[in-house]
Design a protein around this ligand. Sequence first.
Ligand SMILES: [Zn+2]
Length: 320
Amino acid sequence: MHRTYQHTLKRAVRLAGIGLHTGKLVEMTIKPAPEDFGICFKRLDVEGDTLIPGHFENVVATKLCTTIGQRSSQGLIEVGTVEHLMAAFFGLGVDNALVEINGPEVPSMDGSAAPFYTVMKRAGLSRQKAARRAIKVTKRVSVEIDGKEITIEPSDYLTVDFEIDFDHPLIEKQRYHARIDEVCFERHIAKARTFGFLHEVEYLRANGFALGGSLENAIVVGDEGILNGEGLRFPDEFVRHKILDLLGDIYLLGHPLIGKIKSKKSGHALHNRILRELMAQRDAWEFVDRLGDGKLVPELVQPSVIGGPQAIRTLVTPAA
Ligand SMILES: [Zn+2]
């Protein structure tokens, strides 16, 4: 994660599966991409070459998942549930990749980031020439809505302190505090699955959500216990998954973040709000890299140099 240079995948990887909310079977190919390309999505089932950069400014919906979108002549082109895949990119330290997908939602796989992480790790990473810029927090920024709160403070590392509080005897209060590095992510966070409550399933489905949800891709919490026969992967899998969501959402900055994140019950909406708040306060962060003295002159660097038609033309796309 704390790398000097940008990285992309050594070769393309392909995954297929059902979207958690849409229930649609989709195929997804993740391809290597050039320096400063960022993580960009492209819908193969929509005409045109519109790219949707995985960037917090392109987040168009945050209900139950993070959806990004881009306006084009075809209207708004969207990709839903990007957060677990973004978390896998974050965990591996992938800076540049093109995600081609033939449907509206990233496949849910097993409800965690592990399948994405594992397949990309197996493909291997390739070091690029451009420096990897991180965004280092220099001033405390905080957002609070309806008893949910998230704060980012200066620190020399990325640390997360997350607390959840559900009115359910199987979960209740869970808190997880860790310095997030590659080992921590792989061992303790990547495998944590998304979860839902049985009593909400009917309501969600009536409203077009969780149509692809099952015991294969989510922990389902009933009144008496977990419905999944294999049980939990960690006793506190719920809070670990919330951290996974947070890390995926935060990676929509387009750069790794260096700071101390404290959250109480935050979700996708608040994660997006804190990024907008942080980036809007120009004295609250600076770009840093690991070349030379590690510091860049902030004014010389644009915060969202990511994707675009120029980048797609230079894209190297080996066969999968
Ligand atoms: Zn999630």
